[in-house]
Each structure stands twice: as structure tokens, then as C-alpha cells.
Design a protein around this ligand. Structure first.
Ligand code: ADP
Ligand code: MG
Length: 257
């Protein structure tokens, strides 16, 4: 099986604080994996290493590969090509949209990595591009909002736009960092259902950090759990038994469960 994501001996410190220690795992094509663990356990830091936003420790033997490309090796970041960026979709907790631009433009920005700025700003797209965007918006259930400004949308709608963008750029792997943390329960459920659907129907690989165990249990088959920067568990989500969860969250606030 092809590894879509491969991580070996990943170490990251911030000053004297060890944020990640000896992390290693592989994620294969078509998986929907949750990265889980208490607040501060290193989930976002790990995800940022996968997408090349953060560099591992210089003296480390860390190795991160995504889609057959080295993202980093031995504490060196290897810049991503435009094609590599197209193949990876990102969704963050804080809705990363251009608020003053239309939903349509936000959706097409990923596809048109080479799009001149003026085209983005004037919203002059070809029929083909528009069709593609509308199809993606249809799939995430907000085709009627195509011509609204992004900053008029609700949080749940903004996350759907981010997903539609990943669809239009035909991302093979989607990295989502706490995509539902700022949403009300109903929008959160809807966003998770959309992610689950595009994973099942298109076989797109999805790596999603979550801190709610119940959500992870409902939507993800495999969990990679971090505790204080170390790999605590990697396996079927069903294997995260109550006893293991208790140990995982032993020092965490009750609100995280
Ligand atoms: P999580 O996403 O699981 O809540 P993070 O990855 O955000 O955890 O953080 C892991 C640890 O690394 C925390 O102790 C956090 O304070 C620390 N950390 C994260 N980013 C930085 C940074 N840029 N500078 C210093 N410390 C950081
Ligand atoms: Mg985080």
C-alpha cells in the first residue's frame, strides 16, 4: 500500500520544551485518520510539520514525506512545488478565507494557483472554472451562496467553502486542524459528515485533528493519539478504550471530554 503520509523520528522543541518526541507513523491512501489528544499535546504542531509550516529540530533525524515528496529531512525544510501544494488541501479552525472576495473566488483560488491577482480580484473566470466551482459548492451544500462575500457566511458555511476549495484543486490529501472547534454542534456534525462523504466517495485521504473523542469515534476509524508530545496510541479508534482515554486525558480539563 502506498503511504500518503510518512513520519519518522520527528522531534520538535520550543526552547527547552519538547513539543514532539520521536513521532512516527504512516497514513495510507483512502484513510480518514484523526489526530487526537488533550490541548497542548502537540496536534497542531504535528500537522504544521506535515504541511511544511514548521521545521523539525536541526539536530534530529526527522523525516516527513507527503505524496512521495520529502517535506523535511534531518531538520531541513524542503520547499513545496506548486503541484505539491495543489495536491494538498488545508482547513483550519480559524476560517482561512479572503473575506471580501466572493465564495466562488475563494473556491477557485486553490485550483488557480497561477491565477493572476487581477483575475481573483475581478472574479473573471471561464465557464469551465465556474462550472467546477459550482459543482464543488453543490457537493458541500452551499451552491446558492456562490456570489456572496465570504465574510457574510457562518462558520459552518466557511468551512464548507474551504472543503469545496480542496475539491476544486483535486487535493489528494486534506489536512484539517480543528475544523469544527469553532462551530455549533449542528454545523460541526454537518462538516464532519461532508468530510466523511468525500473520503468515502472519492477515496481522498483526510487527516483531521479533533479534541472531542465522541466526534472522533463517530467519524474516524483510526486514531493517532498524542500525549505530551509523544505518540500515545495508534490504531483502530475502537481500541481507545475508556481506560486508555482516562489515562490520555488524566491531566486535562473535564470540558475536553
Ligand atoms: P495542540 O494542538 O494539541 O493543542 P500544540 O501543537 O498547539 O498543541 O502545542 C503543543 C505544545 O507546543 C504546547 O505546549 C504549546 O504551548 C507549544 N507550542 C506550540 N507552538 C509553539 C510556538 N510557536 N512557540 C512556543 N511553543 C509552542
Ligand atoms: Mg491545536
Amino acid at each position: 500500500m502506498t503511504a500518503i503520509v510518512s513520519v519518522e523520528r520527528l522531534d520538535k522543541s520550543f526552547g527547552h520544551h519538547a513539543a514532539l518526541r520521536e513521532i512516527g507513523f504512516e497514513i495510507h491512501a483512502g484513510e480518514l485518520v484523526t489526530l487526537i489528544g488533550p490541548s497542548g499535546s502537540g496536534k497542531s504542531t504535528l500537522l504544521r510539520h506535515l504541511i511544511g509550516l514548521t521545521r523539525a529540530d536541526r539536530q534530529s533525524h526527522s523525516h516527513v514525506r507527503v505524496l512521495d515528496r520529502d517535506v523535511q529531512r534531518n531538520g531541513r525544510l524542503l520547499g513545496a512545488s506548486r503541484e505539491q501544494r495543489r495536491r494538498c488541501g488545508y482547513i483550519f479552525q480559524q476560517f482561512n478565507l479572503a473575506g471580501r472576495l466572493s465564495v466562488m473566488t475563494n473556491v477557485l483560488v486553490g485550483h488557480l494557483g497561477a491565477m493572476p491577482r487581477w483575475r481573483a480580484l475581478t472574479g473573471r473566470f471561464t465557464h469551465q472554472e465556474r462550472d467546477k466551482a459550482l459543482q464543488a459548492l453543490e457537493r458541500v451544500g452551499i451552491v446558492g451562496l456562490a456570489h456572496q462575500r465570504a465574510n457574510t457566511l457562518s462558520g459552518g458555511q466557511m468551512q464548507r467553502v474551504a472543503i469545496a476549495r480542496a475539491l476544486v484543486q483535486e487535493a489528494e490529501v486534506i489536512f484539517a486542524d480543528e475544523p469544527i472547534a469553532s462551530l455549533d454542534p449542528r454545523s460541526a456534525r454537518e462538516v464532519m459528515e461532508i468530510l466523511q462523504r468525500i473520503n468515502r466517495e472519492d477515496g481522498r485521504t483526510i487527516v483531521v485533528t479533533l479534541h472531542q473523542v465522541d466526534v472522533a469515534r463517530r467519524y474516524c476509524r483510526r486514531a493517532i493519539a498524542l500525549k505530551q508530545g509523544r505518540l500515545y496510541y495508534d490504531g483502530p479508534i475502537a481500541g481507545l478504550t475508556d481506560a486508555r482515554l482516562q489515562a490520555l486525558y488524566e491531566n486535562a480539563g473535564l470540558d475536553e471530554l
